[in-house]
Structures are given as C-alpha cells and as structure tokens.
Design a protein around this ligand. Structure first.
Ligand code: ADP
Length: 424
C-alpha cells in the first residue's frame, strides 16, 4: 500500500467510526467537524516540524513519520544530497581549473566590465608584476603603456599586442584579450622573449652574411668584366662560360642587395618626409623602360597631386619592383599601365599588366620570401623571389596595403592603397 493510500485509509476509517457512533448518538456533522479539526491541528504540527527540520539544515536525522510526510522528508533529503554532491563536483572542477591556470606559464588575468582585475594567476605576478592588493583595481592604471591602454579600449579578440613587460624591459610579451560572457574579459600574456631573440639572430645573420658577401662579389664582378674585355672570342666555350658567370654574379648581387634591403626594412625606423609621387613615378617608368630593348610599353597616368608621408627610397624600391615585374611577366608587345589616383579616403598606385597572370591559389603566397611561381624551366624569368616581399614590408611601414587581383592568361593588377593620414 502506498503512503498516500495509507493516509487515505486512516481518514476513511475515522469517518466510518464517526458514522457508526452517530448512528447511536446522532450529530454526525459534529463528529465530522471534530475529525477535520484534529487533522488540521496534526498537519499544522507536522508542517511546523518540517520548517524546524529545514531551518536546522535538513540533516539526515529527520523526525520520523508515517505516511505521506515520511515520503516528503525522504524526497527533500534526496534532492539535498544530490545538490550537495553536484556542488562538490563543481567546486572540484573550479579548484582544478584554478590550479591549472595558476600553473600556466602564460599570465592570465580575469577582467570585469571596467577592466578591473577580478583574478590572476601566478605567472601574472611574475611577468606583469601584479600583486594581491591590485585586485579590484583597473589594469590600465597599473600598466600605463599607451599602446596597451589603446589595445584594451578596442578589445579586439583577433588582435595581438607586443610590448615589453612592465617589470622587466628584457621580457617581450604578446598580449591577447578574449571576450567571454557578459562584459567579462580574459587577458592572456605570453612571454615571447625566446622567439624574439631567435628572430633577432636570424635578422643579424642575414644582415651579416649579406654584408660579408658584398665584397667578394664586387671583386669577382670586377675580374669577370676584365676577363670579358680581354676575351678575343676564339673559344666559344670560354665566351659562353664568362657570360654565364657574369649573369650569375649579377643575380647573386641582386639577391644580396634585396636581402640587405629587407633586413633594413625590418630594423630601421621609418622617416616621415613628404615624398612627391609624380617625379618619382616618372623616373621609375623611364628607368624601367630603358631596361627594355623594345619601345616604351609603359603608360603613366597621374590623376592626383597628393603625395605620401614616408621614405623616398623605400617607396621607390617598392614601386619599381611592381613596374619591373609587370614588364617582366607580360609579353614584349603588351602595355603596362601605371596609375596614381585618389579613391574615397585612399590614394592608390595601380600597376596593371596584360601578362601571364597568377593562379588564384598562389596570390596569397607571392609576397612570401623566396616564393616564385613554378613554371616550366624554359619560361622561368630570372629573379630572387624577394621583390614582392619587399613591397609588402615597405607598404606595411607606410600603413598601406597591397591588393593583388589576377586572372590567368589575362593579366594582373597590383594596388598599393595608402590611408588618408599618410597624405601630404
Ligand atoms: P621575382 O620576380 O624576383 O621572382 P617577386 O617577389 O617579385 O620575385 O615575385 C614573386 C613571384 O610572383 C614571381 O616569381 C612571379 O611568378 C609572380 N609575379 C610577380 N609579379 C607578377 C606579375 N605582374 N604577373 C605575373 N606574375 C607575377
């Protein structure tokens, strides 16, 4: 018999007894009223006991009862036990999470809506210099580097900021802010000093080796020129060999020059002079045409008198790389257009050719160092694979970007897009 049926049975028996008694004494309704009052008093008492048990924390030793009340006590106790177990599991997970983030080599800081520090791990103490007493303080008040403050205002989850550690200038940090939940942010600072040192060593190595190669190359070139002058053309093999040696030395010299230029772009500070574009482009076009044996294939259009704040030499090198490429990778009789114009908020240099084009999947790769599109050996033009990499670096230093559009067999268009704050 269920608890509910048991209780129902007791009430039915009581009413039945009252009915029997009323057969002898009458007043059935009085008997019924007496039963109802007894039930109400009993239930109120039991409710009071339940309230007392709950306020005492609903411990295991519940006042034992029969019937429905026993069932109610049992269910409450079971739910409470399950909640307690879940709470324990959750706190174990939180504890494990805290321990693992505390042990992370990266600094992790939990920030609130106004960039106030809610929590941070051990590494944040070591590399960001945070202390226990900093909890609740706004992080831009503690790390005042302007770039960091700007970065925090933007809170772009895709952006990464490189700064020196506020407590040790020899430590380089890469900082990321991840937004999560409602107005909550996670700041992660990764120590990249080791990578930075390797990168510096690589740059130094390339810089040094290029410098060291320059002198022997100049000597070689000089002797080769003398030998070519002395060549009386009696031996075809000798003449051919000298020609090949000269070509290769020229190529090596070009490579070394490009490597040195790239190294300088990576290390030197950029100047901000007003570079007048019109004479610059005119000169580049006439010099590039002079390299070509055939007629002038370049059409130059200067549609804007605005100029660019930056470095004359760097822009010259980037623009001439684009023009030379357009001539090099297009048929001898085709036209190359060079156009300087303004479009909305930008100034654009556009170099368009009607050449072989670049396969779509290769467009993003052609600006990588030493990347050259694989073509049949016979058609391979001489080059270093560094030209577009130089263009990309120069443009980045001028806050500009390179946009390449190309169609195989139809031609390519290289656009250098300069932002408004670079106009002069
Ligand atoms: P290089 O010209 O010395 O090989 P670049 O870095 O200037 O090196 O160019 C990389 C590659 O991009 C080239 O090898 C060439 O295959 C391709 N490329 C560059 N400019 C053009 C162009 N205007 N048309 C077609 N392909 C081009």
């Amino acid at each position: 018999m269920s608890f509910w049926h048991k209780d129902l049975f007791h009430y039915t028996v009581a009413i039945f007894c009252a009915f029997i008694a009323s057969l002898f004494m009458g007043h059935f309704l009085y008997f019924l009223l007496a039963i109802c009052i007894t039930i109400i008093i009993r239930q109120t008492y039991l409710l009071k006991q339940l309230e007392h048990w709950l306020s005492a924390g609903a411990k295991a030793n519940n006042p034992t009862h029969d019937g429905l009340w026993e069932e109610i006590y049992y269910h409450i106790f079971r739910i409470k036990k399950a909640n307690k177990k879940r709470k324990k599991q959750l706190s174990t997970i939180i504890e494990q999470f805290r321990k693992s983030t505390a042990a992370l080599p990266d600094a992790v800081v939990v920030l609130g809506e106004y960039d106030e520090i809610s929590w941070f791990n051990e590494a944040a103490k070591k590399i960001l210099g945070l202390q226990k007493s900093d909890k609740g303080q706004r992080i831009p008040n503690l790390i005042r580097t302007p770039a960091f403050v700007d970065f925090l205002i933007k809170k772009d989850s895709n952006a990464v900021l490189s700064i020196n550690s506020p407590i040790n200038k020899n430590i380089t940090l890469q900082i990321k802010v991840v937004n999560y939940g409602k107005n909550a942010h996670l700041l992660v600072a990764h120590d990249v000093t080791y990578l930075k040192n390797i990168e510096r060593m690589r740059k130094d190595f390339v810089d040094n080796i290029s410098h060291e190669l320059r002198t022997p190359l100049t000597v070689l070139k000089g002797y080769l020129e003398t030998l070519t002058d002395m060549d009386d053309q009696h031996s075809a093999l000798l003449t051919h060999s000298l020609e090949q040696m000269q070509n290769q030395t020229f190529r090596m010299q070009h490579l070394v020059d490009d490597l040195l230029l790239l190294a300088n772009l990576e290390t030197q500070k950029i100047s901000r002079d007003c570079v007048t574009i019109k004479p610059l482009l005119k000169q580049i076009c006439s010099e590039s045409s002079a390299l070509e044996a055939l007629n002038n294939r370049i059409e130059l259009f200067i549609d804007s008198d605005l100029n660019i704040l930056g470095n004359d030499q760097e822009l010259r090198s980037a623009f001439s790389n684009l023009v030379v490429n357009a001539l090099k990778y297009s048929p001898e009789e085709s036209i190359v257009t060079v156009q300087w114009h303004q479009l909305d908020e930008n100034l654009i240099l556009e170099v368009t050719d009607q050449g072989e084009g670049i396969p779509e999947q290769e467009i993003s790769k052609v600006t990588e160092r030493f990347y050259r599109i694989n073509v049949k050996r016979k058609q391979q033009k001489s080059g270093t694979g560094l030209g577009l990499s130089i263009v990309k670096h120069v443009l980045a230093r001028h806050d500009a970007k390179l946009v390449i559009t190309s169609e195989l067999g139809k031609g390519s268009c290289f656009q250098c897009i300069f932002p408004k704050h670079r106009f002069c």
